[in-house]
Design a protein around this ligand. Structure first.
Ligand code: CDT
Length: 309
C-alpha cells in the first residue's frame, strides 16, 4: 500500500499585536481551503500561529501576557479551524501558547486529526533570556514567559506514518531529531518565528536563512525523515521574521520552498517509504550506533574541558 501523503506547509505573514484570534483563524482557514484544493492530507501551521510573537516585549508581571495564551484548545475561536479541517479530512499541526488550569505556561504545538487532538508537544529548547536586556532592539523573552516543555518528544501514528513535532529553536539541536528518530519518526513538523537578525551578537543577517535550512536539512538527512518547517514571516510590529518555509525529504534535499513573506501554502507529495532507505542502511542505528561513547550527551549539559589536555 502506498504511503504517499500530500503535505502542506502553511506559512503565515505577520500577525499584528492587536490582530484578533478570529482574523488569524480566518487566514488559516483560507490556507486550509487552498490545501484541500491541492489534495493535502496534512498541513503544518507556524509556531504561535494565533498571535503576534509577543516574547519580543518585556512585562514585569508575566500574567499581563495572558491574553496571548489559550486556556482551552479548541476554544470558541479555534473550534472553526478544527471543524473545517475535519470536514476537509486534513490533519494539522498548530503552534500556540498554552496556559494550563494549574497556571503553567508552555510554548505548545498540537497534532489534530479528524477534529481530535492526537498529539501535544511543549517546546523543550527555549531560546533567549528571562530578564530585560537593554542592549537589544527588541527582546526575546521566551525564558521569561514559558517553562521548558515537560513531555519530551513523543511520536504518533497518523496518516499511515510515524509523526513527531518540534518548535523553532528545537531545530538547531540534533538531540531533538535523534530522540524522535530513535522512536522511528518518519515526518517531523516544526513551526518557527525567527527574527532576521541576531540581537545577542554580531552576525551577518544572511546566516539566519542559511542556518534555518542547514539544520532542517541536516535533521532530515541524519535521521532519514521528512522535515516540514513553517515560518511566521514578515515584519511584525517592526521586527522582521524570516520566511523560507520548506519541506525537506529524507535525502536532506528541499522539495518545496516558500518564495514570499506572506500567507503562502507550499506542498509536496511525501512518500514516507523514502525514509526506509536511510533507516535501513547508513543510519541503521541498531547496526551502527556506538552508545558506549555517547554517555556525556545525556549526563553533561555544558562544556567541561578534560583535565591534562
Ligand atoms: N522562536 C524561536 O525559537 N526563535 C529562535 C530565535 C533565534 S535564537 C537562536 C530560533 O531558533 O529561530
Amino acid at each position: 500500500m502506498s504511503r504517499i501523503i500530500n503535505v502542506g506547509a502553511a506559512q503565515m505573514g505577520p500577525i499584528a499585536p492587536n490582530e484578533s484570534r478570529a482574523s488569524a483563524v480566518n487566514r488559516m482557514m483560507d490556507l486550509l481551503r487552498q490545501a484541500k484544493s491541492r489534495g493535502c492530507d496534512l498541513v503544518v501551521f507556524p509556531e504561535m500561529a494565533l498571535t503576534t510573537f509577543f516574547p519580543r516585549y518585556y512585562e514585569e508581571d508575566i500574567a499581563k501576557m495572558d491574553p496571548f495564551f489559550e486556556r482551552e484548545m479548541p476554544g470558541p475561536e479555534t473550534q472553526p479551524l478544527f471543524d473545517a479541517a475535519a470536514e476537509a479530512d486534513i490533519a494539522f499541526y498548530l503552534g500556540y501558547c498554552e496556559l494550563t488550569p494549574d497556571g503553567h505556561r508552555f510554548n505548545t504545538s498540537i497534532l489534530v486529526d479528524r477534529g481530535k487532538i492526537v498529539g501535544k508537544y511543549r517546546k523543550v529548547h527555549l531560546p533567549g533570556h528571562a530578564e530585560y536586556d537593554s542592549r537589544r532592539p527588541w527582546q526575546h523573552l521566551e525564558k521569561r514567559y514559558f517553562e521548558p516543555g515537560d513531555l519530551g518528544w513523543p511520536v504518533w501514528r497518523c496518516k499511515n506514518g510515524i509523526m513527531g513535532m518540534a518548535i523553532c529553536n528545537d531545530r538547531r539541536w540534533p538531540e531533538t531529531f535523534r530522540v524522535m528518530s530513535l522512536k522511528g519518526v518518519e515526518l517531523v513538523m516544526l513551526g518557527y518565528n525567527t527574527p532576521d537578525r541576531n540581537t545577542s551578537a554580531t552576525e551577518p543577517n544572511h546566516l539566519r536563512m542559511f542556518h534555518n535550512h542547514l539544520v532542517m536539512q541536516a535533521g532530515a538527512y541524519q535521521n532519514s525523515c521528512y522535515v516540514v518547517g513553517t515560518a511566521k514571516a514578515g515584519v511584525e510590529d517592526g521586527c522582521m521574521l524570516i520566511g523560507g518555509s520548506c519541506i525537506a525529504q529524507p535525502s536532506g534535499e528541499i522539495v518545496a520552498l516558500a518564495s514570499t513573506l506572506e500567507d503562502e501554502l507550499i506542498t509536496a507529495p511525501c512518500d514516507l517509504d523514502l525514509a526506509k532507505m536511510g533507516k535501513e542502511t547508513v543510519f541503521n542505528y541498531a547496526k551502527h550506533r556506538r552508545i558506549e561513547h555517547y554517555g556525556i550527551i545525556s549526563s553533561q549539559t555544558g562544556v567541561e574541558i578534560p583535565e591534562g589536555i
